[in-house]
Design a protein around this ligand. Structure first.
Ligand code: SAH
Length: 249
């Protein structure tokens, strides 16, 4: 069944007008008609079964009929990535949404050569990925800030997995020790991935000196930023995240 993120409140009975893009998708691409059903979520009210009540080529209305799943939210994991080429940032946002990051924070560093990006476009990519992947929230995409601003405003208690390609950092699994039962569960984390040019020596020194930072290696090969992001998210989820059901050994 089609799943759509819609910004409206979802409660039984209300009639909701979809935006022109979603309306066109449902009416002309998927050729849905009055009476057809789909699933909707808004990041707050869980997932709902909704039924189409009106269709024109540009305007579709639906009515929320019944809740299907209660709202859930994944682990409190930020992916922090330096701005890289547009296509790679887009891949990173899509994969971060699929792999369950709660936020994507963009940063500029000494060696990034872009300082702007289309956050609205990245948000649309995050929404689409959330729709297809079945999650009930959409990762928030935050405007780029300088690395020192990010560090200056660091939230106390959030641990930072610093992916350091320099070669002398311990292997990532050494930095990700699964907590013993019940302990350290649900703690806030962040993963940091640098730009294509890497971090400068002074940035590395600063990052390594942060008390909450854990420098780690992703192996002997230099990975592209998008590959590094996917690898780090995967290993984090498999060791500390929600890939292990609660209560499993
Ligand atoms: N400038 C670097 C490459 C940077 S790769 C060089 O050519 O030497 C982009 C980012 O991906 C890095 O800053 C790092 O955060 C991450 N990364 C890539 N390979 C990695 C590895 N083997 N270990 C840890 N992090 C890695």
């Amino acid at each position: 069944m089609i799943r759509l993120f819609i910004p409206h409140d979802l409660a039984a009975g209300g009639e909701l007008a979809l935006d022109p893009g979603q309306s066109r998708y449902l009416a002309t691409v998927m050729r849905l008609a009055v009476g057809d059903e789909l699933l909707a979520f808004n990041g707050r009210d869980g997932e709902w079964r909704v039924r189409i009540t009106a269709v024109t080529r540009r305007a579709v209305a639906v009515r929320a009929e019944a809740p299907v799943r209660p709202q859930t939210v994944g682990p409190d994991l930020d992916l922090i990535v330096a701005l890289v080429k547009r296509g790679r940032v887009e891949t990173i946002v899509e994969k971060a949404a699929e792999l369950g990051a709660r936020r994507v924070r963009l940063v500029t560093t000494e060696r990034t050569n872009a300082d702007r990006t289309r956050v609205d476009r990245l948000t649309a990519i995050a929404i689409e990925a959330a729709e297809q992947t079945g999650r009930l929230d959409v990762p928030e995409i935050l405007d780029p800030v300088k690395l020192e601003v990010l560090i200056g405003g660091w939230e106390p208690g959030r641990q930072l997995l610093f992916c350091d390609e320099a070669g002398d950092a311990p292997p990532i699994l050494q930095g990700l020790t699964p907590p013993s039962r019940g302990e350290g569960e649900g703690e806030p984390w962040a993963i940091l991935i640098g730009p294509e040019g890497g971090f400068s020596p002074s940035e590395r020194r600063t990052l390594r000196a942060l008390p909450y930072a854990i420098p780690v290696s992703l192996g002997p090969r230099i990975l592209r930023a998008d590959t590094a992001a996917i690898a780090a998210l995967t290993l984090w989820q498999a060791t500390l995240g929600d890939w292990t059901p609660k209560g499993a050994p």
